[in-house]
Write a protein that binds this ligand. Structure first.
Ligand code: SAH
Length: 243
């Protein structure tokens, strides 16, 4: 699976993805991370990616042209939004859209969660556009991307952390990326489980929380591991873990 990340800080993406499981997954050719420097798609000497907002207001807005050029170079503009859509292209649109998706990180977007990670893991290529400053020219949303995604109900200074969150959550679901596939089965939020009802006042999505885990020693400072886990009785252990 390939992840393109359009950003003015490509090093943030490569530094993070070149460590831990994402580094191993890249080495094993299970994923490919492609940080794309937005400034490479500017035409002026200052490599300008932002400008003042029409109608006034605080801060700067990211320009549409460099993002358009970057997405075009990646062939990541959804056909449904590209102009001059031919009949033939239309026939293939459904198929192509299934394989590729272009996402703008945005606090206004659809809330990212494990269900969305599972859906995104089915694509062959995801392209992220990371905003900065006051945000991104609306025409990016209207003409150039498939979906806006938010990583949480708060405002960050840029889309890079959001892209990394999505890349990591999606990559773990790709067969072979985790050392031990078994760990996916019983995990918090995993949809393969019989879902327990979410506690009142919690998020509306059905969720399962993983059971508590312990490792050696069995007694630290008098803080003991539950006896059942030391019993070797697997039926009892399963029962305890179900809660
Ligand atoms: N003025 C905007 C916020 C801009 S923050 C507003 O009020 O909506 C700058 C950039 O950070 C955004 O363009 C987006 O790419 C990223 N960003 C901020 N918060 C985010 C969030 N919760 N999820 C995903 N991306 C976010």
């Amino acid at each position: 699976m390939k992840f393109n990340v359009i950003t003015i800080f490509p090093k943030i993406i490569s530094d993070y993805c070149d460590e831990t499981i994402l580094a191993r997954a890249q080495k094993n050719n299970l994923i490919k991370i492609n940080p794309v420097d937005l400034r490479d798609f500017t035409t002026d000497n200052h490599k300008t990616v932002d400008d003042t907002p029409y109608g006034g207001g605080a801060g700067m807005v990211m320009k549409v042209e460099p993002i358009f050029k970057a997405l075009k170079s990646l062939e990541a503009i959804p056909f449904s939004k590209a102009d001059g859509l031919s009949k033939i292209k239309k026939i293939f649109t459904g198929e192509i859209k299934k394989k590729k998706k272009t996402i703008l990180l945005s606090p206004r977007g659809k809330q990212f969660d494990e269900r969305l990670a599972e859906q995104l893991a089915k694509y062959q290529e995801l392209t992220f556009v990371c905003g900065r400053y006051e945000g991104v020219d609306q025409r990016v949303t209207d003409y150039l991307i498939d979906e806006e995604i938010s990583v949480g109900p708060y405002v960050l200074a840029g889309g890079e952390l959001g892209a990394l969150i999505i890349i990591e959550a999606v990559s773990r679901l790709i067969p072979g990326v985790l050392g031990n596939e078994e760990s996916l089965k019983e995990e918090t939020f995993g949809s393969k489980l019989s879902l327990r009802e979410a506690p009142k006042g919690d998020e509306a999505i059905p969720m399962q929380k993983e059971y508590a885990q312990y490792t050696k020693p069995d007694d630290f400072n008098g803080w003991k591991v539950p006896d059942v886990l030391l019993s070797g009785n697997h039926a009892e252990i399963r029962k305890w873990r179900k809660g």
